[in-house]
Design a protein around this ligand. Structure first.
Ligand code: C2O
Ligand code: CU
Ligand code: CU
Length: 496
């Protein structure tokens, strides 16, 4: 197996000003011999259309060095893959940890009442039983806690999981769908561990400003595992469940990945790509051909927000340098004993390209602000956090302020600008079409329906609001770098 080293780089901020330093971190993905990647347990609710989740404390030995305290849903870290279909789904979420949590259904098109945002905390010992009215096409969505100012720390500890909306028709589409066999769910996270296997969170000022990034790759809550695949076409469903890291994904031998779905579900036809960027909150589904039998790895370039390119203005040459510092996300081993069911790629799928035409009722310009005043730098260095320092269009998140009032069924043009870093921008309860990125036609990964988009400079969206949200249970829009969200880079809107 081709073992690659992860070159970890960070920008050091000296008291005298900005000074860039790069250092080599620990080995990013050391393979543990014989450790096979496990899927999150599948909780198939397509028959019962009901499920229960319990947020619970536990401990997890990620590294073999010792048990780390973690939180999960129905288990010690992360939660089951919930599979549901169209119709009403009865959920019951109980909270067995000692602080309030919420469960937000990221990617579900449901009303604000069911959305599970910061206005719907579940107190310790309590439960919440929303009825989810699912009406959207198949998609890979996810769920995670969204508690006011504690989302980053709780997701870091493990409060997240996958939700698949299925219509049971993937055989007709020619798509692999045997969970964990030729249809692999891969939840990508990065973490830092100490010598006792404890997770280290938020150590320095860069964590505060850039959001937390780690030096160790964790896939489905596992470190150092190898994914076993049959010698055929495999479907990889990728979720970036990291707090802040942006992955630039590729196969180590540069073979193509055939993009079949993005946040909102299937594309009209596969798109062959050598590289896919995946920012926090985003999902892609790709088909990869393993029929030559060679072992290969999914690799990533460095996070475009890290290193001298991050703070100092992401210059292309620096970006190229960091893209060359590749690390392994997950290695694959082909096992010829596993029966191959898919040998060719589908020509077409039944997704639709969004082409939102019609009357645009409103154009809004939003800026994702990092409020880099000297005061904030000082506070960052003193480690006192920066609640209220991050903002959208100059306003830090306020639970009691509605920022936008949208109308149901109406189209709005949102022009989003990023300040300092690239920010993954997410809107609850709606899907959008990416119209332009920096004045250009968007990248191919953004041709489908999206709910989260990486804004590198300026990105133009056409948003269609189809779900109701009242001022009591409004929807959120925010940066999905969770530390930015918690520090105020979030707003709320109603849909009437
Ligand atoms: Cu995935 Cu408001 O979040
Ligand atoms: Cu969401
Ligand atoms: Cu951000």
């Amino acid at each position: 197996m081709n073992r690659r080293k992860f070159l970890y780089a960070t920008a050091g901020l000296g008291a005298a000003g900005l000074a860039a330093t790069a250092y080599q971190g620990t080995s990013f993905s050391k393979v543990t011999p014989g450790k096979t990647l496990q899927m999150p347990p599948l909780l198939d609710a397509t028959q019962s259309q009901s499920f229960e989740l319990q947020a619970m404390a536990g401990s997890t030995d990620f590294t073999g060095l010792g048990n780390a305290p973690t939180i999960g849903f129905n288990q010690s870290y992360l939660g089951p893959t919930l599979r549901v279909k169209k119709g009403a789904v009865s959920a019951k979420i109980s909270n067995a940890i000692n602080e309030p949590v919420t469960v937000h259904w990221h990617g579900l098109l449901i009303p604000g009442e069911q959305d599970g945002g910061p206005h719907q905390p579940i107190a310790p010992g309590e439960s919440w039983s929303p009825e989810l009215t699912i009406s959207q096409p198949p998609a890979t969505a996810w769920y995670h806690t969204h508690i006011h100012e504690r989302t980053a720390v709780q997701v870091h500890a493990g409060l997240a999981g996958v939700m698949q909306i299925s219509d049971g028709r993937d055989d007709e589409r020619g798509l692999p769908n045997a969970y964990g066999v030729d249809d692999l769910m891969l939840v990508l996270q990065d973490r830092r561990f100490d010598e006792n296997g404890q997770m280290i969170y938020m150590q320095n000022m860069m964590d505060v400003m850039h959001g937390f990034t780690g030096d160790t790759m964790v896939v489905n809550g596992q470190v150092g595992a190898v994914a076993t695949v049959p010698k055929g076409i495999i479907r990889l469903r990728l979720l970036n469940g990291s707090n802040a890291r942006i992955y630039s994904l590729a196969m180590s031998d540069s073979r193509e990945m055939h993009l079949v779905a993005t946040d909102g579900g299937y594309l009209p036809a596969p798109i062959a790509l050598k590289q896919v960027q995946l920012a926090p909150g985003e999902r892609v589904e790709v088909l990869v051909d393993f029929s030559n039998g060679n072992d290969v790895s999914l690799v990533s370039g460095a996070d475009i927000n890290q290193g001298p390119g991050g703070m100092m203005g992401r210059f292309q040459q620096l970006r190229n340098f960091f893209n060359s510092s590749e690390f392994t996300v997950i290695p694959f081993a082909v096992d010829e004993r596993i029966m191959v069911t898919h040998k060719k790629l589908p020509d077409t799928l039944d997704g639709k390209t969004p082409s939102l035409t019609g009357l645009v009722s409103t154009t809004r310009r939003l800026s994702l602000d990092m409020g880099m005043g000297p005061g904030m730098m000082m506070r960052g260095m003193m480690g006192s956090g920066m609640t209220d320092q991050m903002a959208i269009s100059g306003q830090s998140f306020d639970m009691n302020r509605i920022d936008i009032k949208a109308k149901r069924g109406v189209l709005e043009r949102w022009i989003i600008r990023s300040d300092m870093l690239a920010h993954p921008f997410h809107i609850h309860g709606a899907l959008f079409q990416v119209v332009k990125e920096n004045g250009q036609k968007p990248r191919p990964e953004y041709s489908g329906w999206k709910d989260t988009v990486l804004v590198e400079q300026e990105t133009e969206l056409l948003v269609k609001f189809g779900q109701i949200a009242s001022s009591k249970k409004p929807f959120m829009f925010h940066c999905h770098i969770l530390e930015h969200e918690d520090a105020g880079m979030m707003g709320q809107f109603t849909v009437a």
